[in-house]
Design a protein around this ligand. Structure first.
Ligand SMILES: C[S@@+](CC[C@H](N)C(=O)[O-])C[C@H]1O[C@@H](n2cnc3c(N)ncnc32)[C@H](O)[C@@H]1O
Length: 215
């Protein structure tokens, strides 16, 4: 089966389980990163959230103060998100191919979603994110911390789930190569049911002025 199909069907089947397992008991780092985003956003910001899931806790907190567009590939996740967050706009789409006008967002936020996108698409996706950001706008993202070529975990929350990402150093390089200035990119370990798991937590900014290209 194709990766995107595995992810969509998986989250459709496990949406409520994921909500109970993760979204309703967010890790300390997730709450810290969310607080950091809220601190850094300008007033009434336009925010794009990629892989918004059921809208808790991230979309709801962002939408309390900002205009949020949430994208997700899973119709069931989106149904929950619409129920949880009445004031955001939601779109069912693949975050790697969805289209938005250039320079239309102050921030692009992605908690634990890029790790489900085939890694050969990551460089192109970062370039697209850069295009959607306004000058000075920021990407806030959870990325992989270890090398993980495309693979399926056959029993993730009781369903098969696709994962794919590069190691932390490669991810930092990809963000820089997308012409985003890395402000923070730390590998942080968290506890997942008694197992230590690590992610790279990235804050990167689109420069306010474009770098001059030499003729
Ligand atoms: C681990 S959940 C995280 C949900 C939410 N960001 C949170 O922190 O609770 C990953 C979400 O990303 C979505 N997702 C994964 N791949 C996607 C893709 N290619 N396009 C859009 N959404 C995707 C999944 O459907 C799922 O809702």
């Amino acid at each position: 089966m194709r990766p995107k199909r595995i992810v969509r069907d998986g989250y459709d089947a496990a949406a409520l389980r994921y909500l109970e397992w993760s979204a309703l008991r967010p890790s300390a780092i997730r709450l810290r990163f969310l607080a950091r985003i809220l601190d850094l956003l300008p007033d009434r910001a336009e925010v794009l959230e990629l892989g918004c899931g059921a809208g808790i806790p991230v979309t709801r907190a962002l939408a309390a103060r900002h205009r949020v567009t949430g994208v997700d590939i899973s119709p069931v996740q989106l149904e929950l998100a619409r129920r949880h967050v009445a004031t955001a706009t939601f779109l069912e789409a693949d975050l790697a191919s969805v289209e938005f006008p250039p320079a239309s967002f102050d921030a692009v936020v992605a908690f634990y979603s890029l790790i489900h996108v085939p890694r050969r698409e990551h460089a192109g996706l970062l370039a697209r994110i850069r295009g959607w950001l306004r000058p000075g706008g920021r990407l806030f993202a959870t990325m992989g911390a270890g090398d993980n070529p495309d693979g399926v975990d056959e029993d993730w929350l009781g369903i098969p789930m696709f994962f794919s990402h590069f190691d932390a150093e490669t991810n930092r390089r990809l963000v820089r190569e997308a012409a985003l200035e890395v402000e923070e990119a730390d590998v942080i370990e968290e506890d997942e049911d008694g197992r230590a798991v690590s992610f790279l937590w990235v804050i990167a900014r689109k420069p306010i002025r474009e770098a001059r290209r030499s003729a």
